[in-house]
Ligand binder design. Structure first.
Ligand code: PMP
Length: 368
């Protein structure tokens, strides 16, 4: 009985404890969205059935789909000559989907590898094409030289990962590469800032960081970028574009959740406001870490510090493990760095409030 009492006390403590979820993805969904989704799971729009039960061929789902697309065009200011479509298979499937639908890319592509995800994509492209795309490793010390080399090269396309989720490296200035057409993995920073489409050909992102839950990948393609080739049906981009993302059964629930998140972004003041909030939250945390630089290591140089994933470590490794353990006990979730590099990672996606960041700083203060 004593044991059961202890479990009960712990459960009570847990249920009363405020949870601050800083996970890298799947990640925190805004509270108002979670509330709306739970209502819609019980009954959607007074229809007498759950949002989980909607047919992908119904008018109800068609409406969800067209609203999601309209929000994306509007919030991201996507030009009309771009197609927006949704796939499954996560961002990783794009490593097969893009080369399959763009066979000529191999002769015309430079890869800027700034972290783990870019490297994985590079390796898959290498396998698919059975040869090396030309790659340039990211080096902040010679970044100006890198830009010049990219500029001078003959290749038409440049592949980048706008935000490397594991290392916390973000490339925000696409204009540096304005004589290239960009292919961008935006999985961890899509819809977190406004950008110019002037030199972009293709953008993709899994939804599970800023746009909801796993199961759906957002693909945004400039007309003419994807070529026609003789592919099996699911992998052929034209089937998905021509059939408005319902060539086969799409992930209806993930697309519906994305709609609720997009509505939340629009109601929160749109992307400009979200961008401002993201920079304030990130700069607040970076400032605290910089002010205590005798305690913390931040390996990413200032101009590439990610606003989406803030990666650092304690100089004293014992403090890292104490901090991470204590964080779990206090309801700060998902703060451990990726298993490949360790340390601490704070994912500062759109759903994270400034109060959550301030709570975290208060918690960090206990370790300096
Ligand atoms: N690219 C980036 C930048 C990512 O952060 C991730 C996942 N964290 C991926 C690709 C792989 O995504 P998925 O698991 O959806 O395939």
């Amino acid at each position: 009985y004593l044991f059961l009492d202890c479990v009960l006390v712990l459960c009570l403590q847990w249920t009363e404890m405020k949870v601050n979820n800083f996970s890298a993805g799947p990640s925190k969904i805004p509270d108002s969205v979670v509330n709306q989704v739970s209502k819609d799971i019980l009954e959607y729009q007074n229809l007498g059935y759950s949002v989980l039960e909607i047919s992908h061929r119904s008018k109800v789902f068609e409406e969800i789909l067209s609203k999601v697309k309209a929000h994306l065009y509007e919030l991201l200011k996507i030009p009309d000559n771009f197609d927006v479509f949704f796939l499954q298979g996560g961002a990783t499937f794009q490593n097969t989907f893009i080369p399959a639908n763009k066979p000529t890319l191999i002769d015309n592509l430079i890869f800027l590898i700034s972290g783990t995800w870019g490297k994985k994509t590079f390796q898959d492209f290498e396998k698919y094409y059975n040869q090396n795309p030309f790659s340039i490793p990211f080096n902040h010390e010679t970044y100006d030289e890198l830009i010049t080399n990219v500029y001078k090269s003959d290749e038409k396309y440049l592949y980048i990962t706008s935000n490397e989720t594991i290392e916390g490296i973000q490339i925000r200035n696409f204009n540096n590469f304005d004589n290239k057409e960009l292919i961008i993995d935006m999985s961890s920073d899509i819809c977190s800032y406004v950008f110019d489409w002037k030199n972009i050909s293709y953008v993709y992102a899994g939804a599970q960081k800023n746009l909801g839950i796993p199961g759906v990948t957002i693909c945004i393609s400039k007309e003419g970028f994807l070529e026609k080739s003789n592919l099996t049906s699911y992998i052929d981009a034209h089937n998905h574009i021509d059939k408005n993302s319902a060539f086969n059964t799409p992930p209806t629930f993930s697309i519906y959740v994305m709609l609720k998140v997009l509505e939340w972004i629009a109601d929160s003041g749109g992307l400009e406001k979200i961008q401002l909030d993201n920079s304030i939250k990130a700069e607040t945390l970076y400032k605290f870490l910089d002010e205590n630089s005798e305690k913390f290591n931040l390996s990413v140089p200032k101009e590439f510090r990610s606003y989406s994933n803030i990666v650092f470590d304690f100089k004293d490794s014992k403090l890292t493990s104490n901090f991470l353990q204590s964080s779990v006990n206090k309801g700060f979730l998902g703060l451990n760095g990726h298993r490949s590099i360790g340390g601490v990672r704070v994912s500062n996606y759109n759903s994270i409030s400034i109060e959550m960041v301030e709570d975290l700083i208060t918690h960090l203060k206990g370790f300096i």
